[in-house]
Design a protein around this ligand. Sequence first.
Ligand SMILES: NC(=O)c1ccc[n+]([C@@H]2O[C@H](COP(=O)([O-])OP(=O)(O)OC[C@H]3O[C@@H](n4cnc5c(N)ncnc54)[C@H](OP(=O)(O)O)[C@@H]3O)[C@@H](O)[C@H]2O)c1
Length: 328
Amino acid sequence: MKIAIVGATGLVGQNIINLCQQFFSSDVEYTFFASSKSAGKKLKINQSELTVKELNKENIESYNIALFSAGGERSKEFANIFIENGSFVVDNSSAFRMNESVPLVVYGVNQNIITKDTKLISNPNCTTMGLVMALKPLHDQYNLKAITPVAYQAVSGSGSNGILSLQREIEMGDNLKPDYTEGYYTNPIARNVIPLAGNLLDNGYSDEEMKFCNESRKILDIDDLIVEPSNARVGVVTGHGTFCSAVFENTIDIKEAINVLNSFEGVEYWDKSLPTPLDAEGRNEVLVSRLRKGLSSNKIINFWVVSDNLLKGAALNAVQIAKHISEL
Ligand SMILES: NC(=O)c1ccc[n+]([C@@H]2O[C@H](COP(=O)([O-])OP(=O)(O)OC[C@H]3O[C@@H](n4cnc5c(N)ncnc54)[C@H](OP(=O)(O)O)[C@@H]3O)[C@@H](O)[C@H]2O)c1
C-alpha cells in the first residue's frame, strides 16, 4: 500500500506520521509532501529517512490514500489530482466539509457512510470533533435537540505559528502588555483569554463558531439541531476544552448518562479528577467530566469535554479513517 502525507512537516502532519507507524504495517510505502521551503528535508518513519517533496503537479504519483493537512488552498488545488491518480483523499482542512457530496466523518460516530466510491472524505473541525464524540452516545440514548457550547481553544489549533507566538509572548514576561500587536492573534495570548477564536463573519459569529453549528448538524445528521456557540482562544498549547449545555427530548438519568459515555469507544468519563487540556495532550481519548443535570429541566445536561486537537481533532481521526478505508 502507498500513502501520501501532504503537509508532512506541519503539526498535524507530524502526528499523522507517528500514528501511521502505529496503525499500519511497516511495509507501507510513504511519500511526504510540503512546501518548496521544506523540499529536500529528511523525515523519519519506521526507521527509514524519507526526503520531503515539494507539492506540485509533476511530483504526484498514484497512491492508495493521501492524507492532507496543508491548508484549504492546497486541498482545493491538489485533492482532485490525487483522486484522479487513484487515491482516496482524507482532508483536514475546511475546504470541502460542507460540500453535500463529501462525507464529514468522525471515526467512531459515522465512518459507515464511507464507501469504496467515496474518494474524498473531510475530517471535521477539531473543536467540533471532541464535542460530537461526547454528544453521539447521549443523542442515541436521549435524542438531542439543542446545544450551547462554549469552547476554549488551544493555540496549536492555529498551527505552528500559534505556538511560536505563545512561546515568544511567554518569554516577554511582564513586558507583555494588553496593547501588544506583534503576535499571531488580535490580542496577546500569553497569560490571556481572547473572547474570539477564528475570524469574525458578517453575522457577528466567528467561522469557528459556525463550524460548531454546521458541522455538528451534518455529522450527527440532525438538520434542525439548535446550536448557540461561543469560542475563545486561550493561552494553552494543546487541548481544546468545551463546556456544553445540551437539551434532549427525553429525561436524563445522570448515572445512566455516565455509563453511556463510558461505554462509547474513544470517550472516557472522569469522576475522580478534572481533565484539563494538559491531561488530554497526547491522549487518543476524548475526556468528559462534570456531568450535571440542568438546573431548570431534567432534559438538560451540562458537562465539560476536552481532547487533544492534534490527535482526535485532526491526525488520529484522519489515520483512523485511513485504516478504515484500507479495510473496505
Ligand atoms: N492544528 C490543528 O489542531 C488542526 C486541527 C484540524 C485541522 N487542522 C488543519 O490541518 C491543516 C494543517 O494544520 P497544522 O496545524 O498542521 O499547520 P502547520 O503546522 O502550520 O503546518 C502546515 C503544513 O502545510 C504545509 N504547507 C503550507 N503551504 C504549503 C504549500 N504551498 N504547499 C505544500 N505544503 C504547504 C506546510 O509545509 P512547510 O513546513 O513546508 O511550510 C506544513 O507541512 C490546516 O488545514 C488546518 O486547518 C489543524
